[in-house]
Design a protein around this ligand. Structure first.
Ligand code: NAG
Ligand code: NAG
Ligand code: NAG
Ligand code: NAG
Length: 560
């Protein structure tokens, strides 16, 4: 009797659970959380906490208009360095079986996404069809064909919408499950335009556009012909907003635009010396940093001495203390330092390694220099913003900051690297490690990729800085440039560098070039051609490295 009652109870309980499982649809909120900078992790947990609390409140009010969604929150720590959604998905799904049949909606957030109102979000979802293959977000558009999007649709690049990832992205369960199948580890036949991961949001939108069609079940051949002309593009929805529209005041982010359920949170500016308020707690590890703590190593060559160096001299150079122009030719009029390496069209690996060696010698025992910034002679940057960015990194450790790109992230030999034109920031201990342990497989191998590859092998993470840019201001959507003050841009063609400098980098144009730093003789006397890297094997740690992929890539290196 007792036992039978017990059984009945169990049976009833199971039935109840199953019925619930059947009737209660699920909304999964994923927070893609990078391990660095550390502040980003705090933001991820704050976001998860906020959503859970909002859900708890909603649960109490039992508002029938919201449906009976079960909301799950998952903080996704960046797996295996796969920071793009397409490359993370297979690992995520195989490890956590995150998405089930009853998952109707997936909300993809970043550490800087804000969920202003879970209530509004759920309300909107109720009116959308979760069976449709669709995704929703704030649509960004290119103003012209751009290298960062692989010059796609170069004749008419303006029509294609791609999501602002930091504002949040909503997938139907149908699309998400289809996507998961397509990018599964063993899937061979999906098409990607490139081995490079540059802009994860555009690459995601394009992957969906290229690989998924509304009715391609194969059951309806007559539908299929019609479906060929129909493709899936991002749906722009007003409840997902870029920061620029929602944030009237940081204290009440939704004022003026109460319909924004999701939006991107602008980066908090670093204010030197600020210790109180909420900022203070997060910034307590920051150290006051100025241009005088940074050694700028500028990579140039003879044919650009006259054309490009004057632009640097009248813009950001005025804010530097230590800067050196490293060239293939010593030119006392500037002055430049010869690396002793002949100039090549692409690659520059040997030259860059030589620059790092010569810079270390040049820096010598100057104790105020903490960082080295490696830049091109057509890089524009803001010295105060670079300083602010570095102030919250520890210069005593191995730190590698820049604009992160990925190469073959879907493959076991894939790696991240900081792209050279945006500028590469290295702590001095890291420069020493590189000079010690990294070398070039060939003189014209792509320098930035080899550096990234070597550092990945050495276990030094590539820490991304959102304000750094490999391309020109017009290559990025306005919303992105407004979200975070830009730190750097690259390439002068088709731009007015002085305008870019004052409009986007907060710069003031000087009248004359600042005098180069004191010890001119010492640097001019730096030994040329003293660097012999080429014979050494690039095998840090003594392992055998699959470098073919990197070498093969040198011909395709995305450096216009
Ligand atoms: C919502 O309420 C139900 C029933 O009262 C409870 O079982 C569930 O745990 C609650 N969920 C949350 C997230 O508070
Ligand atoms: C991949 O595509 C090729 C050519 O279209 C086809 O022959 C092959 O069967 C496909 N493989 C898979 C696993 O779908
Ligand atoms: C920086 O790193 C060094 C060495 O790991 C450590 O001793 C120091 O406390 C760190 N400084 C800060 C501000 O975290
Ligand atoms: C530049 O020089 C001119 C003439 O010497 C002077 O009038 C002007 O104020 C200077 N501008 C700046 C920004 O220093």
């Amino acid at each position: 009797m007792h036992i039978s009652l017990y059984r009945t109870t169990i049976w009833l309980f199971c039935c109840f659970t199953l019925c619930r499982a059947k009737t209660e649809p699920e909304v999964l909120l994923v927070i893609a959380c990078p391990p660095y900078p550390r502040q980003a992790q705090d933001e991820c947990f704050a976001l998860a906490g906020s959503v859970r609390e909002q859900h708890r409140q909603l649960n109490l009010t039992r508002d029938i208009a919201l449906g009976n969604y079960v909301v799950k929150v998952h903080v996704m720590h960046e797996l295996f360095n796969y920071w793009t959604l397409l490359d993370a998905l297979p690992h995520l799904q195989s490890q956590t079986s995150l998405v089930s049949k009853r998952t109707e909606w997936i909300i993809w957030c970043q550490h800087n996404t804000q969920v202003a109102s879970l209530r509004d979000l759920l309300k909107h979802l109720r009116y959308q069809d979760h069976d449709e293959l669709a995704f929703y977000g704030h649509a960004l558009y290119d103003s012209e064909a751009t290298i960062i999007h692989h010059f796609w649709h170069y004749k008419d690049p303006r029509w294609f919408p791609y999501p602002m990832l930091s504002a949040g992205l909503v997938f139907t369960g149908s699309l998400f499950r289809r996507l998961t199948k397509l990018v599964a580890l063993n899937a061979q036949n999906n098409s990607r335009p490139s081995e490079f991961s540059i802009d994860a949001s555009h690459e995601l939108a394009r992957f969906i556009f290229d690989n998924i069609r509304p009715d391609d079940d194969g059951d309806h051949p007559e539908h299929r012909v019609a479906a060929l002309s129909r493709k899936i593009i991002l749906k722009n929805v007003p409840y997902i907003c870029p920061m620029a529209i929602t944030t009237q005041s940081p204290k009440s982010p939704t004022r003026g635009a109460p319909s924004c359920a999701l939006y991107a949170k602008p980066k908090e500016p670093y204010v030197p010396g600020l210790t109180s308020t909420t900022l203070g707690d997060r910034k307590k590890h920051c150290v006051h940093t100025t241009g005088s703590h940074i050694y700028f190593a500028i990579k140039t060559c003879a044919k650009f001495h006259k054309e490009r160096i004057p632009i640097i001299e009248r813009t950001w150079a005025t804010d530097t203390h230590y800067r050196r122009y490293y060239s293939d030719v010593a030119d006392d009029g500037i002055p430049t330092i010869s690396t002793g390496i002949p100039n090549v069209q692409t690659g520059h690996c040997a030259k860059t390694m030589a620059i790092l060696q010569l810079s270390l010698k040049d820096i010598g025992l100057q104790s105020d220099i903490r960082w080295l910034m490696l830049v091109d002679d057509d890089t524009l940057l803001s010295v105060p913003r670079v300083s602010a960015l570095l102030s919250c990194h520890n210069h005593s450790e191995l730190v590698y900051v820049g604009q992160r790109y990925g190469y073959r992230l879907h493959a076991p030999d894939g790696f991240n690297y900081h792209t050279g034109g945006a500028g590469i920031l290295l702590s001095l201990p890291l420069v020493r490690l590189i000079v010690d342990r990294c070398s070039c497989p060939s003189a014209s191998a792509p320098d930035d990729m080899i550096l990234g590859y070597c550092l990945q092998v050495l276990g030094v993470p590539a820490v991304p800085a959102a304000g750094m840019h490999q391309a020109r201001s017009q290559d990025y959507a306005m919303e992105l440039l407004q979200l975070e003050p830009p730190v750097s841009f690259h390439k002068f063609w088709g731009t007015e560098p002085d305008y870019t400098y004052s409009r986007w980098l907060g710069g003031k144009l000087g009248n004359r070039s600042a005098p180069l730093t004191a010890d001119r003789e010492r640097s001019a006397a730096a030994p040329a051609a003293s660097v012999h890297l080429l014979g050494r094997l690039p095998v840090p740690g003594g392992g055998v490295l699959p470098l073919e992929a990197v070498l093969e890539s040198s011909g395709k290196h995305l450096d216009l």
